[in-house]
Design a protein around this ligand. Structure first.
Ligand code: F0G
Length: 350
């Protein structure tokens, strides 16, 4: 099958006219991986049908590309010359790539020292003007919101409605990949709350069943769980280090309408699930991406979710290579050996 990106694939469900030129990197069509070993580990003998939606396999390594194809396509249509966003890194890389493809100037504001190396590398490589601010993501978002009102520059954070239009295609794909049905549970990390909002829009619009939504926030950055803005958010999952989500209200609506759950998981829980994904199923993600699984595991353990004969999908939002420093930092260093067969044999049989 020829796959030309999410707008082309799901055009009938998106508000783009047929003849509008599309800026795409053939994003979407990411694998839905059945995770039987992991299912057995987190819910022994429950016949849990667990799937991993590996969004890290999008062109810039995160789910943001689904929304960015739509936001940049619309920006070009409106005659924009420049786009801007605040970002914990993935939106920055995605905006930079799609802006490059469209020939637009791209500015990204990132929190100093709190952006994973792969995201910085990519944003710079795509030619974005990377501005490091002495503040949080939330501070950056406030700055870009204001500048977009004063200057002719298009904001491509997920408060831009076109981002959600593109991102909702993730729900369509899951339903299609499951053979026409929504799962029982849809588990995902929640940061600025664009993705939870978009997925819920997508399931409702597709009209082929609705899952219950399970959102996970990092314990040090859990405003929606606690009901309070977090002024100094902290977590190893830097992607979701956000204290005042822009789509907070819509996230609550999605949770309410889906009879869902939002819960906080500790950094240790996140890392434990991050390890399980890589070491049990061979799926390497960035830490934030393990938050949906960590939330599911926690809720099963606490008895709040009965996994028996259920289908659950965990959205793995970003690739593991986004954050090589955390991966290397979590592991013991490689073994070193002399370059001889004897040394290797001695090691193997020790
Ligand atoms: N997972 C990853 C890997 C992310 O990069 C993000 C958000 C999320 C989950 C949460 O999604 O914000 O829609 O609730 N990253 C944004 C960024 C904030 O700037 O890249 P959300």
């Amino acid at each position: 099958m020829n796959w030309n990106g999410v707008i082309h694939q799901y055009r009938h469900y998106l508000p783009f006219p047929d003849n509008m030129p599309i800026i795409s990197l053939n994003e979407g069509n990411t694998p839905l991986i059945k995770a039987d070993r992991l299912a057995e580990l987190i819910a022994p003998q429950a016949n849990l049908q667990l799937y991993l939606k590996y969004e890290g396999l999008n062109p810039t390594g995160s789910f943001k590309d689904r929304g960015m194809t739509a936001a940049i396509t619309q920006a070009v249509h409106e005659g924009a010359d420049a786009v801007i966003c605040a970002s914990t890194g993935n939106t920055a890389a995605s905006a930079a790539a799609y802006a490059a493809r469209a020939g637009l100037r791209c500015l990204v504001l990132v929190p100093e020292g709190k952006i994973a190396r792969g995201k910085l590398a990519a944003s710079l490589a795509y030619g974005a003007e990377v501005i490091s601010i002495d503040g949080s993501f939330d501070d950056g978002l406030e700055m870009v919101r204001q500048i977009a009102e004063r200057q002719p520059i298009v904001l491509v954070n997920s408060i831009n409605p076109w981002r959600l239009e593109g991102q909702k295609t993730g729900a369509f794909e899951i339903v299609d990949q499951l053979g026409g049905d929504a799962p029982d549970w849809h588990c995902l990390p929640v940061g600025n709350a664009g993705n939870i909002t978009a997925y819920w829009m997508g399931y409702k619009q597709y009209g082929k069943g609705r899952p219950r939504i399970l959102g996970g926030q990092a314990a040090g950055s859990a405003p929606i769980v606690t009901g309070q803005v977090v002024t100094k958010p902290e977590t190893i999952a830097t992607a979701i280090r956000i204290g005042n989500p822009a789509r907070w209200r819509q996230a609550l609506e999605a949770l309410d309408e889906s009879n869902g759950i939002i819960t906080a998981v500790t950094d240790d829980d996140i890392l434990a699930s991050w390890n399980l994904l890589a070491k049990t199923e061979g799926v390497f993600v960035e830490p934030a991406s393990a938050t949906g699984l960590a939330a599911l595991k926690q809720q099963i353990e606490q008895g709040s979710i009965d996994p028996t004969n259920k289908t659950a999908v965990c959205i793995l939002t970003g690739h593991g290579l986004k954050d090589p420093d955390t991966a290397v930092g979590q592991a013991s260093p490689p073994h070193t050996l002399p370059a001889t067969i004897e040394a290797l044999e001695a090691y193997l049989t020790q």
